[in-house]
Design a protein around this ligand. Structure first.
Ligand code: ADP
Ligand code: ZN
Ligand code: ZN
Length: 737
């Protein structure tokens, strides 16, 4: 047996492996991830390496090959754990070992030492608070915003002040001159020491929260690390429960990773963790450069911090002593990587904790079908939170408006009569409104304005997608028909693609509600990093009456003054052309509804739709998760979609269409032959984008009752692909579920 070993665990060195012979006596002890001592270089000095692959093929002359000296069996270094995790990712999702290693290992670039300017308070906390009050009283808006942020955060960099809070030097200079604040130049990183640190003020948990936190801690202490799912309505106080358990885990000497989707990773959310845990917390997000992120990972490795908060990739923080991973908003699709290997953070977190011994807690108001299914079958432990935590705040009332009726009544505006009336009322009362345009997953489906039906695939029960050549195409099986002139269901001529943009909504709102101050948030206005948070901050501080947006269903911002949420076209995500579209719609509507009425005032939610009878809309209206789940799981079972079955998509690309065609047909035949009765194949077919950068793209779908069969099928295709050794002339990519 031979072992491929890496000796320098840094991103750019991962490709450089060295092969060693494994002595017979050690074959039992050596595994992928093992830390080994090896003779290295001309002088054969003994160094440490890590096994990333075991093989029976020698890559060079066996007589010249050195042997492993010893295997470390006692201490399990975090590097070993991460390599084992990489091996699992490689097999589970399909990629090369190098790709998998690069996913789990932090990037070490040449860290540029940049000098940064930081602002600190130069006065006591009381004087600082007084300064904030004074700025507010005198209506120095920018100054108040800056001082308030500084008070919360303790330290602010010049960059942050400018980017996040839009503070110019003109605001800061007088404060420096009056010595209210001082300026320090340091070569530093974000998340360093904070002037006032943790203030220890937590809320007192209510009975429901207490019971759940205690129960989870009890299991944790007993070494029972079954994953937990907390299903708690928006505002039920899940974050407080996480923090209570985190406290317990940290007190026991372990560290914690908290995953929050990037979009929800707002200043407000992060502050809650800083307030409770002070400078033992660090944060990574996409605003950090690779070097800055690496710094934060190294702080975690050295034990300088106990908690890492961040989006998906924070999962790979190299804490040597990890005890807990919390995944908030676990249903978010952002937890699945969009690059190879296409790993899912939830499954990968569970595997990481299985390797190193610790717990995973999932939380959501609208758990994914996968997680709820596993909770129901007993794989996860399920906890429910059913009441809003802060006193006085109630769930909003949800109204569903049938847009077909609006059309009949002659209302051609995008705002129904109910919604318009409510908007006017709110404007009068100086309360705030969010208008949500459901464009997520929008994929060019075609629907009927009269009966509301979208044109779907007869074989796959997903919507067809309009292509520029005038055809409607199914993305699963390739079925296509020319764009019809009339609705296949009711024969009305009013069929069209659903083309409504946020910009159009903004201008229509401006025309319909003169005098209203409107902010817009979408891909255009948030393309600059951090700007989505600026918009939310401005809206929260009352700079506008109406916020129009696409992705604004954000946890982490409590808009106390928002009492009305309008969902303009709930149907859009219903026809996204994939099997999750009902689930996504239900989640979006429920999360949107959760935005209204976070303060003391009663909230209203208006859902405009062409299909009020659809179960995802009915369930959202009744705020009935369970009811939605039962309907949806029935549908998934019937069609063998996850979590009732499993899917694997193979994407094959090649510059030669003939080669692409040949290979994909070959693999389809291979799977049909070897997995007859175990795996159904669908296709092969052209990918939705059938040619990209001069490469032809072909798809093959595989469907099975057992995940393991699909993983084996993937392995088979991988080795067939390698045997064909098409070099750079073709490539394959796998995507599960
Ligand atoms: P979730 O994470 O479930 O959406 P949060 O933890 O964000 O809920 O709590 C919602 C709001 O209720 C927050 O403003 C939080 O400070 C408040 N809150 C949570 N728990 C309590 C409690 N036990 N007592 C008072 N307020 C609470
Ligand atoms: Zn129709
Ligand atoms: Zn189809």
């Amino acid at each position: 047996m031979y072992a491929n070993i890496i000796v320098d665990i840094s991103h750019e060195q991962l490709d450089r492996t060295f092969q060693y012979r494994v002595p017979k006596a050690m074959e039992e002890a050596v595994a992928v991830g093992s830390q080994v001592a090896i003779p290295f270089g001309k002088g054969n000095r003994t160094i440490t390496g890590y096994v990333i692959e075991l093989t029976e093929t020698a890559e060079f002359d066996e007589n010249r090959m050195k042997e492993i000296l010893s295997v470390e069996e006692q201490a399990v270094a975090v590097e070993s754990q991460m390599i084992r995790l990489a091996a699992w990712i490689r097999r589970q999702y399909g990629s090369t070992m190098i790709q998998a290693l690069k996913t789990v290992m932090p990037v070490k670039d040449k860290v540029k030492q940049v000098e940064k300017i930081f602002y600190h308070w130069n006065v006591s906390r009381e004087e600082a608070e007084a300064a904030v009050c004074e700025a507010k009283r005198k209506h120095y808006k920018a100054r108040a915003r800056f001082l308030e942020a500084l008070l919360e955060e303790g330290v602010l960099s010049k960059e942050e002040a400018a980017k996040r809070f839009q503070i110019s030097l003109a605001t800061i200079r007088p404060l420096l001159e009056k010595k209210v604040i001082r300026e320090e130049r340091e070569i530093s990183h974000r998340g360093g020491a904070r002037a006032y640190g943790a203030d220890g003020t937590g809320v007192i948990l209510n009975e429901e929260q207490r019971r759940i936190a205690d129960d989870i801690c009890r299991h944790y202490d007993a070494g029972d690390f079954q994953p937990c799912l907390i299903h708690g309505i928006t505002g039920s106080g899940k974050t407080e429960v996480y923090m209570e358990i985190m406290d317990h885990v940290i007190a026991g000497g372990k560290s914690v990773i908290v995953l929050i989707p990037e979009i929800a990773l707002t200043y407000q959310t992060v502050m809650r963790f800083y307030k409770r845990f002070g400078n033992r917390v660090s944060l990574v997000n996409s605003r950090l450069s690779a070097g800055e992120k690496y710094d934060q990972f190294m702080r975690a490795k050295r034990g300088e911090i106990d908690i890492m908060i961040g989006p998906r990739s924070a999962l790979f923080t190299p804490f040597p002593n990890l005890g807990l991973i919390v995944i908030d908003e676990e249903h978010e699709s952002a937890y699945k990587s969009e690059y190879m290997p296409r790993y899912h953070a939830r499954e990968t977190a569970i595997e990481r904790m299985r390797i190193c011994g610790g717990m995973v807690i999932l939380g959501s108001a609208t758990p994914s079908m996968e997680s709820y299914f596993r909770a129901k079958t007993g794989e996860y432990r399920l906890y429910r939170m059913t009441k809003r935590a802060s006193s006085g705040s109630q769930l909003s009332s949800v109204h569903v408006v049938d847009l077909r009726e609006e059309l009949k009544a002659g209302n051609k505006s995008i705002f129904s009569r109910t919604l318009s009336e409510m908007i006017r009322g709110r404007l009068q009362k100086k309360e705030q409104i969010m208008l949500f345009l459901n464009r997520r997953g929008y994929a060019g489906f075609v629907s009927c304005r009269q009966c509301g039906k979208a044109i779907g695939c007869p074989h796959c029960d997903v919507s067809l997608t309009a292509h520029r050549n005038g055809m409607l195409v199914c993305h699963y099986c390739g079925y296509q028909i020319p764009m019809p002139k009339t609705c296949p269901s009711c024969h009305s001529p009013y069929i069209a693609g659903f083309g409504l943009g946020t910009q159009k909504v903004e201008s229509m709102a401006a025309a319909a509600f003169p005098g209203a101050r409107i902010l817009r948030m979408d891909m255009d206005t948030t393309s600059k990093k951090g700007s989505h948070e600026d918009i939310l901050t401005r809206f929260a501080s009352g700079e506008a009456d109406i916020l129009v947006g696409t992705q604004m269903i954000v946890k982490g911002h409590d808009f106390k003054n928002v009492t009305l949420v309008g969902i303009l076209a709930a149907d859009m995500s219903l026809y996204a052309g994939d099997y999750r579209s009902s689930e996504k719609t239900f989640q979006l509507l429920t999360q949107a509804a959760g935005r209204a009425g976070r303060g003391q005032k009663q909230g209203d939610v208006v859902i405009q739709t062409y299909t009020p009878e659809h179960y995802s809309i009915e369930a959202a209206k009744n705020q009935d998760y369970e009811g939605f789940y039962e309907r949806e799981i029935m549908y998934r079972r019937m069609l063998g979609y996850p979590p009732a079955g499993f899917l694997l998509q193979l994407l094959l690309t090649s510059q030669s269409e003939e080669k692409a065609e040949n290979l994909i047909n070959q693999y389809a035949a291979l799977i049909q032959r070897r997995y007859n009765g175990m795996i159904d194949t669908i296709g092969p077919t052209d990918a939705p984008v059938s040619k990209m950068k001069d490469s032809y793209r072909k798809l093959l779908y595989m469907k099975s009752r057992k995940m393991e069969w699909l993983i084996q099928a993937k392995d088979d295709i991988e080795s067939a692909f390698q045997d064909a050794s098409p070099g750079r002339s073709a490539a394959i990519q796998f995507d599960f579920n």
